[in-house]
Design a protein around this ligand. Structure first.
Ligand code: NAD
Length: 265
């Protein structure tokens, strides 16, 4: 089988890449030859397992920078450490995200602050650190994992939806400010992907509505995805890898839905 290794030698940093979508994006970029900076909460065994697998299967360099995206100083220090180990970040994937579900009247302020910090402000802070080096190289890729909730609303998700709409706007600004520097910035907007974030919601809804998890999944997909299928995290990884290639150099400032038709409603 012919494997596309066209990103060999590029350095990619993926926030929240210890699980779910971020891990799938990191894997597809490793397949394409990128050295990988991992980030996210995980045990040392989990980090070792991912690092060993990527190194042995894809022959790339892998290192873990477990900083907390709620803390600006940690972001600056972590990305500086990445630079010392690998050199310039060529590809930044702002993926990490958290969720909390409640009506606004009951929404805890600390949850609002955390969601805005991780899902929106960290996208700004990470991009701010890496853009000067990308301009110096006249090449760079910034991919923001937003959400269909960057495009449409739903009840009970005020902070998440405000943050994701913010990410879509920030994506456009980064794209415009750097359009002549060989840098693209795009937002990927997934629908439901069966990861921890969604498994928690399914579990909570099953308990609060006294329904089986199968029934909750059926209702979620039936209500929102015309395809009635989850999106696979590998599909998002493949789209991210495509956006990093030279064929995608004209795609910038875009919001790319991968949502089983949700946003077509
Ligand atoms: P996930 O829970 O599997 O992954 C979240 C990642 O973010 C984990 O690695 C976690 O450790 C990391 N993280 C959380 N808080 C952090 C912090 N303070 N500092 C550093 N890392 C932190 O969930 P996922 O579904 O893979 O989510 C990835 C992204 O995709 C998120 O931005 C999410 O909003 C978005 N998204 C997910 C879905 C879905 O249905 N799963 C749909 C649309 C968008």
């Amino acid at each position: 089988m012919n494997v596309d290794r066209s990103l060999t030698g590029k350095n990619a940093f993926i926030t929240g890449s210890t699980s779910g979508i971020g891990l799938a994006v990191a894997e597809q970029l490793a397949v394409a030859g990128c050295n990988i900076g991992l980030n996210g909460f995980a045990t040392s065994e989990q980090v070792q397992e991912i690092s060993y697998r990527f190194q042995s299967d894809y022959e790339v360099e892998v290192a873990y920078f477990g900083f907390d995206l709620r803390e600006v100083d940690e972001i600056n220090e972590g990305l500086t450490n990445f630079g010392k180990e690998f050199g310039q970040v060529n590809i930044l994937v702002n993926n990490a995200g958290v969720q909390f579900v409640s009506r606004i009247e009951d929404f805890p302020t600390e949850k609002w602050n955390e969601i805005i910090a991780v899902n929106l402000s960290a996208v700004f802070h990470c991009s701010k650190v890496v853009i000067p080096g990308m301009i110096a190289n006249q090449w760079g890729r910034i991919i923001n994992i937003a959400s269909v909730h960057g495009l449409v609303g739903s009840v009970d998700k005020s902070a998440y939806i405000a943050a994701k709409h913010g990410v879509v706007g920030l994506t456009k600004v980064i794209a415009l400010e750097n359009a002549k520097s060989g840098i693209t910035c795009n937002a990927i907007c997934p629908g439901y992907v069966e990861t921890e974030i969604i498994r928690n919601q399914i579990r909570d809804r099953s308990a609060s509505e006294n329904k089986s998890t199968d029934q909750v999944v059926y209702e979620m997909l039936h209500d929102k995805h015309p395809t009635e299928q989850f999106i696979e995290s590998s599909e998002i990884g493949a789209l991210a890898a495509y956006l990093c290639g030279d064929q995608a150099s004209g795609i910038t400032g875009a919001t790319l839905s991968i949502d089983g038709g949700w946003s077509a409603h």
